[in-house]
Design a protein around this ligand. Structure first.
Ligand code: 5GP
Ligand code: MN
Length: 319
């Protein structure tokens, strides 16, 4: 919990921070925000990650100092693991031998850390990093503000999703006061993709269809589409939300081929329809309105299975 995190930071000096592979805005923004916070408190801190960082985040302060690693050794007093459902998510070896601090806002998260601070009422881990800064008596520097603001924007869909609370907006306001620039972050997150995103979008949207009831939209992304578009990680960010622009669509299933008969599925829903529960049935997880899972199959079979499960969640929410 928070008080344990504060005590740890006050008493130790050498920290690493990591997040899941293919980091989203909350993962990267919260990691960098925490790194800047620790440094502002006079601590040694570095962000370590396995793999590349999407272009959208390349302008964040500190991105150029992120270390690309596949394992960690024992030189840290603690490793902060940001926004990870389990200790395998960062894709970094040696974490199990470290003193780990699990910081997450997913209720479905495993309590894998030596310390676990899970706050499922936070819109983003970024909101938790802000709370940590306040709890420890730190100052919100312009660097912290920019990184944490991006985390909030990413996880709330620019303050539009149901996880946006009055607290989220208050934190955002404080971050802007401390130096975050909403227009700059907005441009970076939404308008800085390579053209391959548009090529991929064209192909993915070409697959869109609805289930028999017209309530669920289904999208497919094949491996071949990614190759043809020359796409890079993150090019498909947010595609899953596009069908929700149609009023009658209450849930979306986005299936992305990752190998022969192997898929990652992203689920989205409106209101009370709980797709985290659906994802959990398949070993995945997430939030009520945004969740993900892995599934095998012949494609049509896997899709039919997911449509059945999502339909049941829609019916459960209506009853
Ligand atoms: P996305 O569809 O954007 O990949 O993920 C939506 C939400 O579900 C995110 O909060 C993400 O962390 C969570 N999520 C996605 N895939 C998985 C998974 O396989 N396991 C768990 N536990 N959570 C997931
Ligand atoms: Mn998040």
């Amino acid at each position: 919990m928070l008080s344990q995190v504060v005590e740890l930071i006050e008493n130790k000096d050498n920290f690493a921070i990591t997040t899941h592979i293919k980091p989203d805005g909350d993962g990267i923004g919260s990691s960098l925000g925490l790194c800047w916070l620790l440094r502002s408190l006079g601590k040694n801190a570095e962000v370590v990650m396995n793999g590349g960082i999407p272009q959208a985040y390349s302008g964040l302060p500190g991105v150029d100092q992120i270390q690309n690693v596949s394992s960690v050794n024992g030189k840290y007093d603690a490793v902060f693991v940001i926004e990870c459902s389990d200790l395998a998510r960062p894709g970094i070896e040696g974490l199990e031998d470290q003193f780990t601090v699990n910081i997450d806002h997913h209720a479905t998260c495993e309590h894998f850390g030596t310390i676990n601070w899970i706050d499922s009422t936070a819109s983003a881990v970024g909101e938790m990093i802000y709370n940590l800064c306040k709890a420890i008596g730190g100052r919100i520097t312009p660097e912290i503000a920019e990184c944490v603001y991006l985390a909030l924007v990413a996880d709330t869909g620019s303050f539009r999703y149901s996880n946006t609370s009055d607290r989220t907006l208050k934190v955002a306001s404080e971050l802007v006061k401390a130096g975050a620039k909403p227009a700059k972050v907005g441009e970076a997150v939404y308008n800085s993709y390579p053209w391959s995103r548009i090529e991929l979008m064209r192909q993915v949207l070409d697959t869109v269809k609805r289930d028999g009831t017209g309530r669920i939209a289904i999208l497919r992304q094949t491996l071949a589409m990614g190759e043809e578009a020359g796409s890079v990680d993150g090019d498909n960010n947010g595609f899953v939300n596009i069908p929700l622009a149609a009023k009658d669509i209450v849930a979306v299933i986005y299936m992305r081929e990752i190998g022969k008969d192997q898929f990652r599925a992203s689920l989205r829903s409106r209101g009370n329809i709980n797709v985290a529960k659906v994802a959990e049935q398949f070993g995945g997880g997430g939030h009520k309105n945004a969740a993900g899972l892995s599934i095998n199959g012949p494609w049509d079979e896997a899709e039919a299975t997911l449509i059945t499960a999502v339909s049941a969640a829609i019916d459960a929410a209506a009853s």
